[in-house]
Ligand binder design. Structure first.
Ligand code: MG
Length: 178
């Protein structure tokens, strides 16, 4: 039995669906892991991208994280397809700054990891590193709606960074590589 199956909070079948759906929206696990590495490397200078990828996967396995991702992506896609009614349609398509529900939904991802999760999320929300900046870029002329996706990606990266921080919090002498 795969190790992850033993955790009742995990859902391996939905994990496959989630990874596929994120990829179709232009986001890979590696894109997210790179943001995680950027967040943690100042505390853990020898942290590798593989460890970050592993923690991104752990986050994506969690059922409550998956539920938030499925909901947010669906709203972006329905908005794009013109299937939402007004006034919500315009609010989501224009990524209206005072809407705020995209951030609230994303917070449900980081809340699993306590206050470090929220701090990391706030940081990526402000700095928009890597793929988040590209998703947030509205100058590409495409009709893609990433109102929920950019926050979701930031939250997954922040959650993975927090998961790493918690894991190595008790290590007095950190290994040189891990
Ligand atoms: Mg947003």
């Amino acid at each position: 039995m795969h190790n992850a199956d033993k955790n009742r909070l995990n859902d391996e079948k939905k994990y496959v669906v989630i990874v596929d759906r994120l990829q179709k929206r232009g986001v890979t696990q590696l894109d997210i892991a790179e943001i995680t590495l950027g967040l943690q490397t100042k505390y853990l200078p020898f942290l590798s991208i593989d460890v970050c990828l592993d923690h991104v996967k752990r986050v994506l396995m969690k059922r409550e994280v998956q539920n938030a991702i499925l909901t947010g992506l669906e709203l972006d896609i329905l908005a794009e397809q013109g299937k939402l009614s007004e006034p919500l349609s315009t609010i989501i398509l224009s990524d209206y700054g005072l809407y705020g529900i995209d951030e609230i939904l994303a917070l449900s991802i980081v809340n699993v990891y306590g206050s470090i999760g929220s701090t990391n999320f706030g940081f990526v929300d402000k700095t928009k590193p890597g793929i988040i900046g590209r998703l947030d870029d509205k100058t590409d002329g495409k009709k893609t709606c990433n109102t929920f996706l950019d926050d979701i990606v930031g939250a997954i990266a922040a959650a993975a960074a927090s998961s790493i921080a918690h894991k190595y919090a008790d290590v007095d002498s950190k290994p040189e590589t891990f």
